[in-house]
Design a protein around this ligand. Structure first.
Ligand SMILES: Nc1ccn([C@@H]2O[C@H](COP(=O)(O)OP(=O)(O)OP(=O)(O)O)[C@@H](O)[C@H]2O)c(=O)n1
Ligand SMILES: C[C@](O)(CO)[C@H](O)COP(=O)(O)O
Length: 224
């Protein structure tokens, strides 16, 4: 199994609110996570899928899979207190033969096939692939006093996932102690002094975070 995807879904979804964590909420009649798992299975047939969930959710997830007759093979791993810890737990699960790994937010179900495939191609070539998209709005920097200043948005990008790497290097990068700056996997990788390669993301590849994202998700599905 040369390629793997670690889909991190070990969070609580506090910004979404509600009694059910956002990764399990239905869009198009089935949980968000099932859309994400399917996206990777269709983009990379035969890929090893590692799903990172809160440790206490395994039986709930298995019940959801039975109810939805969702039979796509995937490994379950217990997440940690942070995304960094959840990723690290997923990396520890990878078989020795795995060469490339895409690390992806489980709550980003609309990642395109092209972004997934390009991320593996680029990571094999240069060691890493980080999808980004340009900003569409004007940008200002705000300081603690509330003063703000124009920023040239052409010098900025919005970062998405999957963030894809050669397994040996990303495993080495994750041996460090967690730092607050590690908001994604690229920051952990760069902390080693290694550069990252940016690739074009896809604008629909939103991270489902707050309630209105669910409405947009239903709209995106209606367009398929
Ligand atoms: N301890 C954690 C925290 C987050 N994540 C995952 O990282 C992705 C991006 O995180 P975010 O959108 O912030 O999810 P939550 O942390 O669940 O949301 P919130 O910050 O609103 O609680 C999500 O798929 C989330 O499940 C994870 O695997 N383990
Ligand atoms: C990993 C990520 O989705 C890249 O944009 C983002 O950093 C996750 O941030 P969150 O606060 O954990 O949702």
């Amino acid at each position: 199994m040369r390629k793997a995807a670690i889909l991190v879904a070990g969070g609580k979804g506090t910004r979404m609110g509600g009694s059910v964590s956002k990764q399990y909420l239905p869009i198009g009649g089935k949980p968000v996570l099932m859309h994400t798992l399917q996206a990777f299975a269709e983009a990379e047939p035969g890929i090893l899928l590692v799903l990172v969930l809160p440790g206490g959710d395994f039986s709930f997830w298995k019940k959801l899979c039975e109810e939805c007759q969702f039979s796509l093979p995937h490994e379950l791993v217990a997440g940690g207190e942070s995304r960094f810890q959840s990723v690290r737990n997923g990396l520890a699960k990878l078989p020795l033969a795995t060469e490339l790994v895409a690390i992806h937010d489980g709550v980003r179900p609309f990642v395109s096939k092209e972004v997934i495939q390009t991320s593996f191609w680029e990571a094999e070539k240069s060691g890493s692939a980080i999808p980004v998209v340009a900003l569409k709005d004007s940008l200002r920097k705000v300081d603690v006093d509330g003063r703000s200043a124009f920023q040239d948005r052409s010098g900025f990008r919005l970062v998405q996932t999957p963030q894809t790497f050669q397994v040996g290097k990303i495993k080495e990068a994750f041996l460090v102690e967690e730092l607050a700056q590690f908001t994604d996997d690229a920051t952990v990788y760069e902390y080693q002094g290694w550069g990252v390669t940016l690739i074009e993301g896809n604008i629909e590849n939103i991270k489902i975070t707050t309630r209105e994202d669910l409405e947009y998700a239903e709209f995106l599905l209606s367009r398929r």
